[in-house]
Design a protein around this ligand. Structure first.
Ligand SMILES: C[S@@+](CC[C@H](N)C(=O)[O-])C[C@H]1O[C@@H](n2cnc3c(N)ncnc32)[C@H](O)[C@@H]1O
Length: 268
């Protein structure tokens, strides 16, 4: 665990990081047709739940380069946002992109480790909202359960969890929409990556061209190990909702949905 709060950085470094983050957003939208709408929905709910609070505290779990945190700040300019992520490259870009903006801090944490909540940017804080996007499917189901239980202790009563992710239809019992969603995903990827948007590999090559991130890239393989290749089993929407309820969330449901793309919420 590394304490990586926002540091002052030269404008050129910040601009490079913001450009990489913009390219990341374009690349990710190839996999998530309505990613910006998903983000705007999350930000709108955070704004509603935190109305009247001068400086609401928001935690972006597995926040990558910080895109969702910035979307929340656009809707809630007074917020204090902690972007937490395990990947040394993505969190490095998030840190550089946030340079000069004292509303954002970053925390390099592995949600798979039970001590992630002890990070100085997270420990002891009462958050008004915990948000996440396209990330928690990387956690094994047992770890996701632990993370939702942990989040329930980090949120103040009335605080909200918002998690946007693909929650796949069941291939057997929901085969019609499973096929429709899969075809739609394929269509989106084909039309996006046939143009001038980076593919996943091209984006990582672009990062490799930036000497500033060479050390973080070198560290990346060790940090991830086999987890970089081995995707954990998928869980259902029902699994998310049941876990939130059992973790003490008083309300749980879906805020927004497009095919298998969901924003799940829980109110503490
Ligand atoms: C597809 S990216 C999404 C990033 C960001 N939320 C976004 O929407 O742009 C998945 C993110 O999950 C992070 N992640 C996966 N497993 C994690 C773990 N165990 N702890 C912390 N972050 C993790 C990855 O490092 C990556 O940043």
């Amino acid at each position: 665990m590394t304490d990586t709060t926002t540091a002052s950085t030269a404008p050129a470094v910040r601009d490079t990081a913001l450009e990489l983050s913009r390219r990341w957003d374009a690349q990710q939208t190839g996999y998530i047709r309505h990613r910006s709408e998903r983000f705007a929905t999350i930000a709108r709910v955070v704004a509603g739940v935190t109305a009247g609070i001068a400086a609401p505290r928001v935690l972006d779990l597995a926040g990558g380069t910080g895109s969702l945190g910035r979307a929340v700040l656009a809707a809630v300019p007074g917020a204090q946002v902690v972007i937490a992520d395990k990947d040394p490259v993505l969190i490095g870009i998030a840190r550089d992109a946030a340079s000069g903006d004292d509303r954002i801090t970053v925390a390099e944490v592995d949600l798979g480790r039970p001590d992630w909540m002890q990070h100085p940017q997270v420990a002891g804080a009462s958050f008004d909202a915990v948000v996440s996007s396209t990330a928690l499917h990387w956690l094994r189901p047992a770890v996701l359960v632990d993370v939702y239980w942990a989040v329930s202790t980090l949120l103040r009563p009335g605080g909200v969890l918002l998690n946007g992710d693909h929650l796949l239809y069941d291939a057997r019992h929901e085969s019609t929409l499973f096929a429709v969603a899969a075809a739609d995903d394929q269509l989106m990827q084909t039309s996006t990556f046939g143009g001038d948007v980076d593919t996943w590999d091209q984006w990582w090559e672009a990062v490799g061209d930036e000497p500033r991130y060479a050390d973080a890239l070198a560290r990346r393989a060790a940090v991830w190990g086999d987890d970089l290749r081995d995707a954990p089993p998928k869980v259902t929407l029902a699994f998310h909702l049941e876990t939130l309820r059992s973790a003490g969330f008083s309300e749980a449901g879906t805020v927004w949905q497009y095919l298998d793309d969901h924003v799940v919420y829980g109110v503490r």
